[in-house]
Ligand binder design. Structure first.
Ligand SMILES: *[C@@H]1O[C@H](CO)[C@@H](O)[C@H](O)[C@H]1NC(C)=O
Ligand SMILES: *[C@@H]1O[C@H](CO)[C@@H](O)[C@H](O)[C@H]1NC(C)=O
Length: 384
């Protein structure tokens, strides 16, 4: 701590020192959305004009460096999942697009039968001439771990599809809820914003990147990759990793690059220009990209169906039994003060657990932590 305070006085403008001395901070409700590594309000999606996004897409890329995993031991297979994603896309007035390298760049060719099966689901297959960006800087390793090393920068390819107003570039196992409305999100993106979510140990998670695609956006991102360098100790271009990045994770790929370029860099002119032009913001990860590591932080969204998408196919619903519904409010009764939320109920459960909301749902159901004896017992056991 003292080292950091000294550094704050003496190390102005020396990002590399920063990288070595800033301690990692766990995510909290207040730091669910970040800008320049500080917790900020999440982007208010209600503030964007309904209908701005006319042409929308859910896009995934696959590098064909390994066999396309058609089956999964733990969850639905690829085609079953794609059928769901295509359905969600249709409901949201969006295309479902999968980008592959051109056949001659596929190390493990994707079978024609698989392509045909995807197309039968209404999915559009598009091709990229390259996998790793052709002029990738020597300061960025091609094999840097993760699923695909620098091949993950294939995600930049669709960000140039300017015929769309708004697009979500998502991992193949990003899992939207069947009835999720992505309209407000697409609209805010179509107003020209880049929107992301953080992860439990990273300030930007690469499973969900929402962008207003254009030639210009793709060109700027590729240009930044032509000169950038990344180092495990000093971060991207020596600007450090910041406190929201677990230093055990080397963010040499898409999400680390996106974070540096849109949400962290103060030293790069190209990044400053991109930050002004694309107004990067974050949306609530508990709603748009709920990850396993957020099971505690996002308990309410998880348990009460407010989450619209998960970052991986498997998402645990256990431990939901004693979680209050934050959105429950007792119907107004004459003389009641202090609001009718579960918090209020918890102060006098004996009298208040019988209250109902406008829809007739009682506090005894919506506020189990105060009104269900099993939850009270469990809590007392835990605090002993
Ligand atoms: C946006 O407009 C569409 C079409 O008019 C409508 O169905 C939808 O409910 C609106 N969404 C919101 C959030 O107002
Ligand atoms: C797909 O079909 C084309 C045309 O018949 C053929 O040239 C190609 O080798 C096939 N690709 C694979 C991966 O089987």
């Amino acid at each position: 701590m003292r080292a950091w305070a000294l550094c704050a006085l003496l190390c102005v403008g020396r990002g590399a020192e920063d990288a070595e001395t800033v301690a990692f901070r766990l995510a909290t409700r207040k730091t669910r959305c970040l800008a320049f590594d500080e917790g900020v309000d999440c982007q208010d999606l209600g503030a964007c004009v309904n209908g701005t996004a006319r042409r929308r897409a859910f896009v995934s890329v696959f590098d064909a460096h390994v066999k396309l995993p058609l089956t999964s031991r733990k969850g639905p297979g690829l085609l079953e999942h794609e059928a769901k994603v295509a359905r969600v896309a249709r409901r949201n007035g969006a295309d479902r697009v999968v980008v592959l390298p051109v056949p001659e760049r596929q190390r493990v060719p994707v079978a024609n039968a698989t392509i045909a099966a995807l197309e039968d689901l209404g999915i559009e297959i598009r091709y990229s001439e390259h996998v790793v960006p052709p002029k990738l800087s020597a300061g960025i390793k091609v094999e840097s771990g993760g699923c695909c090393g620098a091949r993950e920068f294939l995600k930049l390819e669709p960000m140039g599809y300017g015929e769309y107003d708004a697009m979500i570039v998502m991992d193949l196992d990003y899992d939207p809820e069947d009835t999720a409305d992505f309209g407000p999100l697409f609209d805010c993106v179509a107003e020209g914003r880049v929107l992301t979510t953080r992860g439990p140990e990273v300030p930007v998670n690469g499973a969900f990147l929402a962008v207003p695609p254009s030639e210009l956006l793709r060109r700027r991102l590729h240009a930044a990759l032509e000169t950038a360098r990344v180092d495990a100790r000093t971060g991207w271009n020596g600007e450090g990793w910041g406190p929201n990045n677990n230093p055990r994770r080397f963010q040499a790929r898409m999400q680390g690059f996106f974070h540096w370029f849109f949400y962290r860099s103060r030293a790069s002119d190209a990044a400053a220009d991109a930050q002004a032009r694309w107004r990067p913001a974050q949306v609530d990860p508990c709603v748009w990209n709920l990850q396993k590591g957020f099971a505690d932080l996002c308990m309410r969204e998880l348990c009460y169906g407010h989450a619209r998408a998960f970052s991986h196919l498997q998402h645990p619903h256990e431990r939901c039994a004693c979680v209050d519904d934050d959105s429950w409010t007792a119907a107004a009764v004459a003389g009641a003060v202090g609001g009718g939320t579960c918090k209020h109920v918890a102060k006098a459960p004996d009298r208040r657990c019988a209250r109902v909301d406008a829809a007739g749902r009682s506090a005894s159901l919506a506020c189990p932590s105060a009104c269900d004896a099993r939850c009270t017992a469990r809590r007392e056991h835990h605090t002993m």
